[in-house]
Design a protein around this ligand. Structure first.
Ligand code: ADP
Length: 515
């Protein structure tokens, strides 16, 4: 790196915390700092944050991490940003918030997602904007606001997301990177500009939104007192960066054709990178920008690791307790038990749809099913079938992704599930694809740092990520298991299809009798 500017600061504006990292030219994380803030849930469908809390966390976080790493201000080459997607804040002309930050997890606009599908030709809007028609989308949130908070809706100077809010405060500019723009439901992926019909659905003109800019856009000129508060020079370049999802792919080294990333934490997601915007004729997948020539397509699932937590806390409580008694992590004990059942759990299938499901079905009414239970099935079969069921869920998203983005060569696995070698091997065997695990867990931050270096001209492409992130753990496909799983995934898909009407019936019953 030129001169003495050896460090990049990555800032990740997340839903539960803002994380700041100091990363050197070799991709080593020298220091990290995390500042948590609450997610306010004032009603059943609400999930909000205080935008000022997040702005302050980012300013304070930068200062803290620079102090922790003991880095001089002139050694910082740039600050580069990652952010959660789909947030919406109405602001006045002085960038004061008129509303809380309405997050991706907020469901208040669910009926507007239906309306958009039925009355505004939502599928066509999806095909142009890449954001699935869903209450997470800022487009549906704006439609809600127009009807429910007309005073704020008309008074607002602009409608922005959390990263735009931070940049508006730092630089008095309203800019949105193509990546976060592509997750608003209002951004035309091919024109790289706001989509006229989507804006019409929200009753908006483009002046009410920020100016879309490339993810490599650099802003400079911090107020001197702000710069010194953060431990930076006033002319330190700030790179606008991208969303956490697409940067996680970059930072995990999963950005070449056929290398898909699978994350299973509480929920889960599958993502792959393609070189031009691609939407799915069947509407199952998102398409978000990383750069003009890198696009991330994929799908999120609700029912990821939380299914294993449900097993631990509801289905196998005695076994979990036994694990604790032996001084083990209950998850490890339960996976050990599961490994005593054969691949395919003796023909026991579990459809882990307890939370309804997003990709690829986008069916909020789906519910969980054990299928094929017989007298010889024991707890170990049930536990194993749940772990297999979660991987079948991933399989159905990978299958949709392959239809649009081409064959899988390799899976990069991350999230809590990747702690289990057993579960990772199962993934290789169900998908029929080798699974590797990146050594670093800071994928979004590393991705932001790499994009930052590209933005300031220190590197010419992303190839350096491969030196930053090794993937030493590798699982090859066990072909006998693969054959078993292939037979079962076909039954699994048919069972799901045949039950769609019944899912609606049972969900309606549950709503009616909810207490
Ligand atoms: P979050 O989404 O909250 O960041 P994590 O990435 O930590 O969560 O993932 C939590 C999930 O990871 C748990 O619900 C569980 O399914 C899985 N998990 C955690 N530890 C283990 C383990 N030792 N073995 C298998 N699965 C695990």
């Amino acid at each position: 790196m030129s001169g003495a500017k050896r460090y990049v600061i990555a800032v990740d504006l997340g839903t539960t915390s803002t994380k700041t990292l100091v990363i050197d030219r070799d991709g080593r994380v020298l220091a990290s700092h995390s500042i948590e803030y609450p997610l306010y849930t004032p009603g059943p469908d609400r999930a909000e944050q205080d935008p000022l809390e997040i702005y302050q966390a980012s300013v304070r976080g930068i200062g803290e991490v620079i102090r922790k790493a003991d880095v001089a201000s002139r050694e910082v080459s740039c600050v580069s940003f990652s952010s959660a997607m789909h947030s919406l804040i109405a602001v006045d002309a002085e960038a004061n918030p008129l509303t809380p930050c309405i997050t991706w997890a907020d469901n208040r606009s669910a009926s507007y997602a239906d309306l958009l599908k039925k009355e505004f030709d939502g599928h066509q809007i999806y095909l142009r904007t890449g954001t699935p028609i869903h209450p997470m989308s800022p487009l549906t949130k704006l439609m809600w606001m127009k009807d429910h908070q007309p005073e704020i809706y008309h008074r607002a100077y602009k409608f922005i997301g959390i990263k735009e809010f931070v940049f508006a405060r730092l630089f008095a500019r309203y800019v949105i990177d193509y990546s976060l723009a592509s997750a608003t439901g209002m951004f035309n992926l091919r024109n790289l500009d706001w989509d006229r019909q989507a804006l019409e659905a929200a009753g908006l003109s483009a002046e009410k939104l920020s100016e879309p800019v490339p993810t490599t856009c650099v802003l400079e000129g911090l107020a001197p007192e702000l710069a010194s508060q953060m431990g930076l020079e006033p002319d330190t370049p700030f790179v606008i960066g991208a969303s956490d999802g697409v940067l996680a792919n970059l930072g995990a080294g999963a950005f070449e054709p056929g290398v898909y990333s699978v994350t299973i934490g509480t929920s889960g997601a599958v993502r792959g990178v393609v070189r031009e915007p691609l939407t799915d004729p069947k509407g199952r997948l998102f398409c978000y920008a990383l750069k003009e020539d890198f696009w991330v397509i994929g799908g999120p699932i609700n029912n990821g690791g939380i299914m294993f937590r449900w097993v631990r806390d509801q289905l196998a409580t005695l076994e979990a307790e036994e694990g604790r008694r032996r001084g083990m992590d209950p998850y490890d004990y339960l996976t050990e038990l599961a490994s005593e059942a054969p691949a395919g759990s003796g023909g026991l299938l579990f459809l882990p749809l307890l939370l309804g499901e997003r990709a690829p079905y986008w069916n909020a009414n789906a519910r969980g099913v054990f299928f094929g239970l017989s007298m010889f099935h024991e707890k170990k079969h049930m536990i194993r079938s749940v772990l297999e069921g979660v991987v079948y869920r991933i399989h159905s998203v990978v299958a949709a992704l392959e239809e649009v983005g081409g064959r899988t060569r390799e899976i990069r696995a991350s999230g809590g599930f990747a702690r289990s070698a057993f579960w990772r091997q199962m993934m290789a065997d169900v998908l029929g694809t080798p699974v590797t695990v990146p050594d670093s867990i800071e994928s979004s931050g590393l991705g932001a740092a790499q994009l930052g270096l590209l933005a300031i001209g220190e590197v010419n492409d992303f190839s350096g990520v491969h030196d930053w992130v090794q993937a030493n753990q590798r699982h090859q496909v066990h072909s006998a298991h693969y054959e078993v799983y292939r037979e079962l995934t076909e039954i699994y898909m048919r069972v799901y299809k045949q039950l769609t009407g019944e899912f609606d019936a049972i969900a309606a019953f549950q709503h009616k009798h909810a207490h």
